[in-house]
Design a protein around this ligand. Structure first.
Ligand SMILES: [Zn+2]
Ligand SMILES: [Zn+2]
Length: 356
């Protein structure tokens, strides 16, 4: 089970959800009480529901029976068969279509990593309205449930990691934590505990709620229509090729890249920050998931905007957020002080100083 954060790492003020907190370069947490405006609600919220809850206990007795969701099983099967078929179309596809598919992969990835994950699930930095709109649009391109649902599941994943209340509980094996959790009914504890999570910041964010309201339409446009139509309109690609390459294959790849964070990065790699938890540092996942594979660090310090000790290194999402800060579209990226990281490594790490 994950060890709790020491007082050095998290101050008592961290639980004050009415306050705005900033983690300074030296690791100190400054909290100022302010009356947030409507726009500010959430953007400066102090996250507490992404910290592991040691008080939760799994219910004793036999586990509930697995109930398959056949609609999802069939859709996921068709998606993956179609994605494999799409590989055969690559030699006959225009080079610009392949570049476009790669761009769509990166954009939809950022919609998850910089958007649903680091901004909306963990509140690890603040984003202006134009950036939040952009992130919500590219989040729809990733089609991984709307931001509200994604962030709720993800906060539950951190708070109840590797237990019955974790939506993709990795203790149920690689397949379950990778894709299986989407093919069966949720464990009752996931639903029960998910309802108790504080999502008021998401409910106060008009961008999040607008995307949720029009999610089906937005995913049809962003995940399938736009990726298919651009190559056809601008360089005469066949709609057939652009649909299978830029929509289907790209969608299957970004899904699996994201899922690897839940599966591989919870099983393979070392644990320099906390040897008592399952999440690990996995370089393969770091590369595929735009910087999200430093997972032992991330579960130890979930509020760090870089999800890594090493800042920009191998971390495309961190580079994107830094660029947004430079352009004035984002602010207040939270970091953990070097001394705090070192102290934590000494206290609970597995002794491996290097990641990978
Ligand atoms: Zn995780
Ligand atoms: Zn996270």
């Amino acid at each position: 089970m994950p060890a709790q954060l020491s007082p050095m790492e998290i101050s008592p003020e961290f639980s004050a959800t009415s306050a705005f907190a900033h983690v300074a370069q030296n690791g100190a947490v400054h909290v100022e009480k302010v009356n947030p405006t409507h726009e500010d609600i959430g953007s400066g919220r102090v996250m507490t529901d992404d910290v592991f809850d040691e008080s939760y206990r799994e219910k004793k007795g036999p586990k509930p029976a697995t109930v398959y969701v056949w609609r999802n099983i069939i859709l996921m099967f068709l998606l993956h068969v179609s994605a494999v078929y799409a590989l055969w179309l690559i030699p006959a596809t225009h080079i610009l279509t392949l570049v476009w598919a790669m761009l769509c992969f990166i954009l939809s990835g950022l919609g998850i990593t910089a958007g649903a994950h680091r901004l909306w699930s963990h509140r690890s930095y603040k984003a202006t309205l134009p950036l939040r709109i952009f992130l919500a649009v590219i989040n729809s391109m990733a089609f991984q449930n709307d931001i509200y649902e994604w962030a709720r599941d993800h906060r539950g994943h951190h708070k109840f990691s590797e237990t019955d209340a974790d939506p993709h509980n990795a203790s149920r094996g690689f397949f379950f934590s990778h894709i299986g959790w989407l093919l069966v009914r949720k464990h009752p504890d996931v639903i029960e505990k998910g309802k108790k999570l504080d999502l008021s910041d998401l409910e106060a964010d008009k961008v999040v709620m607008f995307q949720r309201r029009y999610y089906k339409l937005s995913l049809l446009i962003m995940c399938f229509f736009v990726p298919s139509i651009v190559p056809w309109y601008f360089w005469g690609e066949s709609l057939y090729n652009s649909f299978f390459i830029a929509a289907i294959l790209r969608y299957a790849l970004i899904l699996n890249a994201t899922w690897l964070v839940n599966s591989a990065a919870h099983m393979y790699g070392n644990r320099p920050y906390d040897r008592n938890i399952n999440p690990r540092e996995n370089h393969f996942v770091v590369f595929g998931a735009l910087g999200e594979g430093f997972h032992n660090y991330h579960h130890t310090f979930p509020f760090d905007y870089s999800t890594s000790e090493f800042g920009l290194k191998w971390n495309f999402t961190t580079a994107f957020i830094d660029l947004m800060c430079y352009l004035g579209l984002a602010s207040d990226p939270k970091r953990v002080a070097k001394e705090t990281i070192l102290a934590r490594k000494m206290r609970t790490g597995d002794g491996s100083q290097k990641t990978g």
